[in-house]
Design a protein around this ligand. Structure first.
Ligand code: BES
Ligand code: ZN
Length: 458
C-alpha cells in the first residue's frame, strides 16, 4: 500500500480528527495557574487514552509539577527510532473580555481566509501535537502498524518554562533516547511556506518586586517625602535599553555571535516582508537595534522585554495612592552561547545597585534556558524538506524562530539526540493572545505532512 492510501485515509478521517481535537481543546490545561492543575491531569489522561485507542502503550507519569505522558510503539527491524514531542498545556486566557467566545468552548469558524479552529491551545500546541498523532492513526489504519519505532513524549509545563523537564529527562534518559526527536510547536514561514526550524532563541524569565513603605499611603500626605516603588521600578525598566535599542545589562552580549555570512545570504533570499509582518499588528517601524534587519531582530538577536507591570491602583476611576509594592515580569530572549545564569546574576546586580536605601528588592525566577541550534546536516532534514515541498507545493525554508521551546536544546545535551522542528502555525494564529485559532489548512496539511515525513524517513 502506498503513501497515497494513507493520505486518502487522512482526508476521509478529517472530520473525526477535528472532533477529537475539539474534545482536547475543551480541557482548560493552563499550566502556570495552580487553580488549573486538575485540568492538566485530565488532559494527560485524555492523551493516554487517545494513544491507547491507537494501540500505543502510554502512561501518565507524575512529576513535582504537571505530569508527562510517555508512550512507546515498536517498529520494523532496521527502521529508525523517532521520538515525537508536543505540549498539552496552554497559556492563560486573559484578558478574557477580548475573546469572541469562551476560550475552552472551541468551534470551527468559517472566515474569509477559510475554516479555522478557534480556541485556546488550538495552535499552541494541542492542534499541532494532534497533527502527528492523527498521521500515526491513519498510517496504522492503512498498514496495521507504524513505519518505525516511535516514542511519544508530551509535556504539560512548556508554557511555564518546563521546570520538571530536565530532571525527568535525566531520570528516564535510557527510555527517551532515540535516533531523532521531532517537535511540532513552531510555524510556517510567513504563514504560507513550510519551514524547518534551524535555531531557536533561549529564554530567561525574571520577576522583580520593589517594596518601599510598609503599607499603601495617601499620596497627598506622603507623596514627595516617601519613596514610591513605582518610581524606582520605572527607572530600572527605563535603563534596560539605551537609545539605540541595545540592552545595557553588563556582559549581556557575551556569546552573541555575528551572523554567519552564508546564513545572512540564506535569510536574505527568504525575502521577509517586514512591512506586512508589522502592518498586520498595526505597526510600521522595527523597534530593535537600529543596525539590524527585522529578521535578524527576531531570529538571531537577543532581547529584553517587560511582559507585565503591577503596582498601585489600576481599577476604574482614580485613586491617589502611593503604593507599598511594585513589580515587573521581565524576559530575555537569548541567542548563540549567551549564558542565562550569568545574565541573571548580572541583571540582579544591576537592579540592586539602582534600589535606594529605603526600598527593598526581591527576585523570583521563571526559567532559564540557552538558545539552541539544530544539526541541519542530519539526513532527516533533507527528507523532511522534500516531503514538505511535496505537500505544500513550495520548497521548505530553513528558518530561525524567535520563540523558545526549552526541550529543543535538552535533547542534545541530555540524550545526545538531534531534534528537528517542523510546525504549521501561522503568524496570525494569535498564540498566547485572545481568539487563538489554527487554520483547518494547517491541521489537515499538517497531518498529511507528517505522513509524508514518516514515509520519507523510513
Ligand atoms: N509554540 C511556542 C514557541 C513559538 C513561539 C514558536 C512563536 C513559534 C513562534 C511555545 O509554546 C512557547 O510559547 N514557548 C514559550 C516558552 C517559555 C514560556 C519558556 C515562549 O517562547 O515564550
Ligand atoms: Zn506557547
Amino acid at each position: 500500500m502506498t503513501l497515497e492510501t494513507v493520505l486518502a485515509r487522512i482526508d476521509a478521517d478529517l472530520p473525526a480528527a477535528t472532533e477529537r481535537l475539539l474534545d482536547l481543546l475543551r480541557i482548560p490545561s493552563i499550566s502556570t495557574d495552580p487553580a488549573f492543575a486538575d485540568h492538566c491531569q485530565t488532559a494527560a489522561d485524555w492523551l493516554v487514552a487517545d494513544l491507547g485507542s491507537l494501540g500505543i502503550a502510554a502512561e501518565k507519569r507524575e512529576t513535582p509539577g504537571h505530569p508527562m505522558v510517555v508512550g512507546h510503539v515498536d517498529g520494523p527491524e532496521g527502521a529508525p527510532h523517532v521520538l515525537f514531542y508536543g505540549h498539552y498545556d496552554v497559556q492563560p486566557v486573559d484578558p478574557l473580555e477580548l475573546w469572541d467566545r469562551d476560550p475552552f468552548d472551541p468551534a470551527i469558524e468559517e472566515t474569509e481566509a477559510g475554516a479555522v479552529i478557534r480556541g485556546r491551545g488550538s495552535s499552541d500546541d494541542k492542534g499541532q501535537l494532534m497533527t502527528f498523532v492523527e498521521a500515526c492513526r491513519a498510517w496504522k489504519a492503512v498498514h496495521g502498524a507504524l513505519p518505525c519505532r516511535i516514542t511519544f513524549f508530551f509535556e504539560g509545563e512548556e508554557e511555564s518554562g518546563s521546570p520538571s523537564l530536565v530532571p525527568f529527562m535525566q531520570e528516564n534518559a535510557a527510555e527517551l533516547k532515540s535516533d531523532l526527536a521531532l517537535i511540532c510547536d513552531t510555524g510556517l514561514f510567513q504563514s504560507k511556506t513550510p519551514a524547518i526550524i534551524t535555531q531557536l532563541r533561549g529564554l530567561l524569565g525574571e520577576e522583580i518586586t520593589i517594596t518601599g513603605p510598609n503599607k499603601d499611603l495617601h499620596s497627598g500626605m506622603y507623596g514627595g517625602v516617601a519613596m514610591n516603588p513605582i518610581r524606582v521600578l520605572s527607572r530600572i525598566i527605563a535603563s534596560l535599553h539605551d537609545e539605540t535599542g541595545r540592552i545595557t545589562v553588563p556582559g549581556f552580549y557575551d556569546g552573541v555571535p555575528d551572523l554567519d555570512e552564508d546564513l545572512a545570504a540564506q535569510w536574505q533570499a527568504l525575502a521577509f516582508d517586514h512591512a506586512t509582518f508589522l502592518g498586520d499588528v498595526g505597526l510600521s517601524e522595527p523597534a530593535g537595534e537600529q543596525d539590524r534587519t527585522p529578521l535578524e531582530m527576531i531570529w538571531s538577536r537577543p532581547t529584553c522585554e517587560v511582559n507585565g507591570i503591577q503596582g498601585g491602583y489600576t481599577g476604574a476611576g482614580f485613586k491617589t495612592v502611593l503604593p507599598s509594592v511594585a513589580s515587573a515580569k521581565i524576559s530575555f530572549r537569548l541567542v548563540g552561547t549567551q549564558d542565562p545564569l550569568a545574565i541573571r546574576e548580572s541583571f540582579r546586580e544591576m537592579v540592586r545597585a539602582m534600589v535606594p536605601g529605603d526600598c527593598e528588592v526581591s527576585f523570583a525566577e521563571h526559567g532559564a534556558g540557552p538558545a539552541s541550534q539544530m544539526s541541519v546536516s542530519h539526513p532527516a532534514f533533507e527528507a523532511a524538506r522534500r516531503a514538505l515541498g511535496a505537500e505544500w507545493g513550495e520548497a521548505a525554508a530553513f528558518a530561525g524562530c524567535g520563540g523558545s521551546i526549552p526541550i529543543a536544546g535538552h535533547f542534545k545535551e541530555i540524550l545526545g539526540t538531534d531534534a528537528m522542528l517542523v510546525g504549521f502555525g501561522k503568524d496570525d494564529d494569535q498564540i498566547h493572545s485572545p481568539n487563538e485559532k489554527y487554520d483547518m489548512e494547517s491541521f489537515h496539511k499538517g497531518i498529511r505532512s507528517w505522513a509524508r515525513i514518516l514515509d520519507a524517513m523510513t
